[in-house]
Design a protein around this ligand. Structure first.
Ligand code: URA
Length: 244
């Protein structure tokens, strides 16, 4: 792999402008593989050309690993907006390390502020487009808490399809099963605005709480508490695509 100057490497990972990164290095805040380095033009092999972990370094004692691309999962808590410019609630980006902002990490699709669960984020435009586009018909699984108990007819209605306002044709759940008297596991393959809430309302009930547990073949990591994130590794990216 082509070596990279330390100053450029830090900049590519979101630690500031070239000038700021140079200053951090010269001031002794940076170490590479555990060894302090005060030379901004020292060259290192970044060790990654994709989302895999590469060179280990630390900035002001914060350990980091170079990744040419960022692919993340966040356990989204309730009360956060999936936007860089939120209106009423804090942004999900406040839950992530600040170095993701200059990398232009974006949400892959959006969850409502009161929805919890699996949110994917990336700085790879093609990946974001691929997994947020409705064309791919990626199944997304939601755990739905309802106001009123659901019976078999209610499930059958969602599976048969409900007419949403402004949609040309009825939309059907790809899968739906009761997980309790007032809870459902619902799978949809589109990603329309407030889709689950609108489908449940069109079928005559109301969503009290909504949690996304899976996107494609990738489940929310149970080790992540609400508000926690982690990198997606190669096995996660393969699982994501494995839903046929
Ligand atoms: N459907 C909704 O209604 N809200 C979400 O956040 C996701 C799917």
């Amino acid at each position: 792999m082509r070596p990279m100057q330390l100053e450029r490497l830090l900049h590519a990972q979101g630690f500031g402008s070239r000038k700021e990164c140079r200053a951090l290095i010269r001031a002794g805040y940076v170490s590479v593989a555990g060894v302090p380095c005060e030379d901004p033009s020292a060259e290192f092999d970044p060790g990654s050309t994709d989302g895999s972990p590469g060179l280990a370094f630390a900035v002001d004692d914060e350990a980091w690993q170079y990744r040419a691309k960022a692919y993340l999962m966040l356990h989204k808590p309730s009360g956060y907006e999936c936007s860089h410019k939120p209106t009423f609630h804090p942004s999900v980006f406040t839950l992530l390390p600040r170095q993701f902002l200059p990398r232009d990490v974006q949400c892959v699709g959006r969850l409502d502020q009161d929805t919890t669960g699996l949110l994917l984020l990336s700085d790879d435009g093609q990946f974001i487009h691929q997994w947020s586009s409705g064309k791919k018909r990626t199944p997304k699984v939601y755990e739905v808490a309802l106001k009123h108990a659901a019976d078999d007819d209610f499930v059958a209605t969602l599976l048969a399809g409900v007419q949403l306002h402004d949609e040309p044709a009825p939309i059907a759940a790809a899968a739906c099963e009761r997980s309790g008297d007032t809870t459902l596991r619902l799978t949809i393959c589109e990603g329309k605005y407030h889709q689950v809430k609108r489908m449940i309302a069109a079928a005559g009930n109301r969503v009290e709480a909504l949690h996304r547990s899976r996107v494609g073949g990738l489940a929310l990591d149970p080790a992540l508490a609400p508000g926690q994130w982690r990198w997606l590794e190669a096995a996660d990216l393969a699982a994501l695509a494995d839903f046929a």
